[in-house]
Design a protein around this ligand. Structure first.
Ligand code: ATP
Length: 455
């Protein structure tokens, strides 16, 4: 059972150091958030899980980390300069600005119906590059990571000798000057995307599209989101983006409603076709703007027939921040306990937990116990699982509760029995709240096995 409301999540995130309003001490900036000590771990773990499944567990995907500041021609030929806009209306009474497609005829701020006609509002952030602001030396903060994958297509193909089907994966920041950012980290102005551009032979594109929709749904399930909380939306033809032949949105039941978590689009040969030189010599199916600036042919030559092929692109594009929100929402629960009290627990998948193991000494002023606990922390840290925390809290019971609330899967308590006889520690499990004694000599193997299956 997920969180009852967004407010519960926002409050937990602030209180325990997952997510803060950005620039809070100066009143904050709308649509910008900062990830705190636990948030950065959770976010990194989600991105690592994506990278593992997209790049390491496959043999047909390469990685990329391209610049955020993007050549303006890249975003001209991609269509973003002309079409990356939302319809905006202004309220003449209270001067608020809204997205026309989010309104039902009146201003959500003051209720007035005195609204301007909708006007297109370009969502890209523009900035000056170099010391002279002459109006011509500008670039954009990228509104998506995808374009740099297309503009690097030739480089990656030349460097790796890849031929379709193969993909290029990238995780990174994207920026959109959203008219009405809202719903916590769901719609923000600076966010991160995890995007794969998968290049396939035309004719195989529909099968690959299905393949990636299924693969992505399975992946979200492995991150702790049950199938019945996801829904596939086959975007109707008249609502498709200009580059898309078909798009399936993976929708999730966020606390504020059913909304897009990830989009999986069949982008045909639109992108490579838009950025390539020599468009006339290639057979393109997509309608593209004539490109007189590109100096590179973005196509692959068939070794036998010598024909140039422009691959189609299947793009699963997921938002990291929306992923974090979904994962937190699913994991959050308040449980009633047998003794009449309740506990808040974040039942995160083990590989996503910000702190993997908390090592707690029973007595903070007992040299033997403290030294052993510190040693355990050092040893477990070497497993490379993520953050292992040594923490002397004083009260072990309270320590367990605090770690339940931030999703730490196991706590290891070091006490007098650890120093004597069989030398065991207490291992306490977050989900079942059971405690078992594990010999110190077996602890490293125990922890390694415990985290082995989760990905
Ligand atoms: P929406 O319709 O919700 O504005 P979109 O269809 O414009 O989203 P895409 O361009 O398909 O989004 O971007 C791919 C993914 O990037 C989305 O599925 C979402 O997870 C994420 N994303 C897009 N815009 C934002 C935003 N403003 N804040 C947070 N994440 C975003």
């Amino acid at each position: 059972m997920p969180a009852k409301s967004m407010d519960e999540l926002v409050s937990l995130c602030k209180r325990r150091g997952f997510i803060f309003q950005s620039g809070d001490i100066y009143g904050g900036v709308q649509g910008l958030y900062d990830y705190g000590p636990l948030g950065v771990e959770l976010k990194n773990n989600l991105k690592a899980a994506w990278w593992r499944s997209m790049v390491y567990e496959r043999d047909d995907v390469e990685g990329l980390d391209a610049a955020i500041l993007t050549h303006r021609l890249a975003l001209k030929y991609s269509g973003h300069e002309a079409t990356f806009s939302d319809p905006m209306v202004d309220c003449r009474s209270c001067k608020a600005r809204w997205r026309a497609d989010h309104l039902d005829g009146k201003c959500p701020g003051c209720g007035s119906t005195d609204l301007t006609d909708p006007r297109p509002f370009n969502l890209m952030f523009k900035t000056t590059v170099g010391p002279v602001d002459d109006g011509a030396s500008y670039a954009y903060l990228r509104p998506e990571t995808a374009q740099a994958i297309f503009t690097n297509f030739r480089h990656v193909v030349d460097a790796t000798s890849r031929r379709p089907p193969f993909g290029i994966a990238q995780i990174g920041k994207a920026f959109r000057n959203e008219i009405t950012p809202r719903n916590f980290i769901f719609r923000v102005r600076e966010f991160e995307q995890m995007e794969l551009e998968f290049f396939v032979e035309p004719g195989t594109d529909e099968d690959w599209h299905k393949f990636w929709v299924d693969a992505r749904v399975s992946w979200w399930q492995a991150q702790g989101i049950p199938a019945d909380r996801l829904e596939l939306l086959y975007v109707p033809a008249d609502e498709l983006a200009h580059y898309s032949k078909a798009t399936v949105d993976i929708m999730y039941r966020f606390p504020h409603g059913l909304e897009e978590l990830e989009g999986v689009a069949n982008r045909t040969d639109f992108d490579l076709g838009s950025h390539t030189k020599g468009q006339d010599e290639l057979t393109l199916t997509a309608k593209v703007e004539p490109n007189r600036d590109s100096n590179t042919r973005l196509a692959i030559q068939d070794t036998d027939s010598k024909q140039w092929l422009v691959p189609f692109v299947i793009e699963p594009s997921a938002g990291v921040d929306r992923g974090v929100l979904a994962v937190l929402n699913e994991a959050y629960r308040v449980e009633e306990l047998d003794n009449g009290s309740s506990r808040t627990v974040l039942a995160l998948a083990r590989h996503l937990a910000p702190i993997k193991v908390a090592v707690l000494p029973l007595k903070r002023n007992h040299e033997g116990i403290v030294e052993t606990a510190r040693q355990i922390k050092q040893n477990l840290q070497k497993l490379g699982l993520g953050r292992i925390l040594y923490e002397h809290t004083g009260n072990i019971g309270k320590g367990y509760r605090r770690h339940d609330e931030v999703g730490t899967p196991i706590c290891v308590t070091v006490d007098f029995e650890t120093l004597e006889g069989e030398q065991t520690v207490t291992v306490r499990d977050r989900d079942s709240m059971t405690q078992q004694r594990v010999p110190l000599a077996e602890l490293t193997a125990f922890v390694r096995d415990y985290f082995a299956e989760s990905r």
